[in-house]
Write a protein that binds this ligand. Structure first.
Ligand code: PLP
Length: 412
């Protein structure tokens, strides 16, 4: 009998039968508060009726039509609708299936359009697991070791992870930008650099928000040296942080946006957006994939956009995110093992640290398992997997946030 590969190892032993809103139910009917949302994917909640209806209707009409041969209405309409929410000037879209594929697409576009070999990423970054994307990923050696040689031309500069350095935000930011300039002076000429790839909030790297000064510093260097600023909004996009895009918090303009996860409420769909003149530098056929822009996924994405707007989910993410982070901070005040609580909107992370300041992975994992046993599903992140993160659907309400905080308090 065939078995699942250990690559599909589960963090919590829950066999899910169905999902509804912020809850999933196992085969015995036990209810769990799902504060993982399929790793930040099911932002409109599990099986939102409007998303289900849109997908069902599309399944009955056209499941798949490959865009190199036939175009279909859901893809065209989605392009128009995304144009309404994308940062100004990003008026050309390309669709694939996953975050990693979209990162690969942005990477190729950046190299292609600039003719430059290098890219700069920031320590703790996560951009995916395919070879190119894994080469940009520095949030844990587990994503890279054993796969050498990975792609060359990737340089790593510090991210302003103030808690890790034991500094205030300003000092960490000054350090990060100074080191970036040092990198440019020593190992990676800015004239050979195609792009910065940056997450507005380090996701897998430990839920560390960037800040305005840091991102403005990148923007300024991007302008000065003709480098593209690629915002990886795979985790932070679609209202997750309480603004439509993570970068909206910081008033910084990207050249390319990478999006996936919340885009289609769980259907595999991702995209990159860039100005037309940049995107036009790639030639047809150089990128793409059989399933990119799948009709059912596009229909689900259209319904997702409607739900986000009609139900005020961006505003809800901001309000519930505030409630959640305050709750998580109150739990941290009771438990010295939680050294830092941080996040943006409905991305909230609690970092576990031993009394002598070392990452406390064991206690974090015990708390996560304890929470699961009490009916609250949570995820881990961080280089040492010592950050427990809460990332519920954007439809979460105050009562559900309070219930999760109570369970969390009982579990630590
Ligand atoms: N970029 C970021 C910021 C992510 O958080 C992820 C996944 O967690 C990816 C890229 C890769 O996306 P996927 O797992 O869909 O390939």
């Amino acid at each position: 009998m065939a078995q699942l590969s250990p690559l599909l190892k589960q963090a919590t032993p829950v066999l899910v039968d169905r999902g509804e809103g912020v809850h999933v139910f196992d085969e015995s009917g036990r209810r769990y508060l799902d504060f993982t949302a399929g790793i930040g994917v099911t932002s409109t909640g599990h099986c939102h009726p409007r998303v289900v209806r849109a997908a069902q209707e599309q399944v009955g009409k056209l499941i798949h039509g490959q865009y190199t041969t036939v175009m279909h209405r859901p893809l065209l309409t989605l392009c128009e609708r995304l144009g309404e929410v994308l940062p100004e000037g990003l008026d050309s879209l390309f669709f694939v299936n996953s975050g990693s594929e979209a990162v690969e697409a942005a990477l190729r576009l950046a190299r292609h359009a600039t003719g430059r070999p290098n890219v700069v990423v920031f320590q703790g970054s996560f951009h995916g697991r395919t070879m190119g994307a894994a080469s940009l990923t520095t949030s844990g050696t587990r994503f890279r070791s054993g796969f050498a040689p990975i792609m060359g031309g990737v340089h790593v500069a510090p991210f302003p992870y103030a808690y890790h350095y034991g500094w205030d935000e300003r000092t960490a930011t000054e350090f990060a930008l100074r080191e970036l300039d040092y990198l440019f002076a020593t190992a990676c000429s800015p004239a050979d650099t195609a792009a910065f790839f940056v997450e507005p909030v380090l996701g897998e790297g430990g839920y560390v928000p960037a800040n305005r000064e840091f991102l403005a510093g990148l923007r300024e260097r991007a302008e000065r040296h003709g480098i593209l600023l690629v915002a990886d909004e795979v985790q932070t996009g679609f209202g997750r942080t309480g603004r439509f895009w993570g970068l909206d918090h910081f008033g910084v303009r990207p050249d390319v946006v990478v999006t996936a996860k919340g885009l289609a409420s769980g259907f595999p769909l991702s995209a990159i957006a860039a100005p037309r003149e940049l995107m036009n530098k790639a030639w047809p056929g150089s990128q793409g994939g059989t399933y990119g822009g799948n009709a059912v996924a596009c229909a689900a994405a259209l319904a997702t956009l409607d739900v986000i707007k009609d139900e005020g989910l961006v505003e809800n993410a901001a309000a519930m995110g505030q409630r959640l982070i305050e709750g998580a901070r109150s739990v941290a005040r009771e438990h010295a093992v939680i050294g830092d609580v941080r996040g943006l909107g409905l991305m909230v992370g609690s970092e576990f640290t031993t009394p002598d300041g070392k990452p406390d992975t064991a206690t974090a994992q015990r708390a996560q398992r304890e929470a699961a046993a009490r009916g609250l599903l949570l995820l881990m992140c961080g280089a040492w997997m010592n950050v427990v993160r809460m990332i519920p659907a954007l439809v979460v309400d105050a009562e559900q946030v309070d219930e999760a905080v109570q369970i969390w308090s009982d579990s630590v």
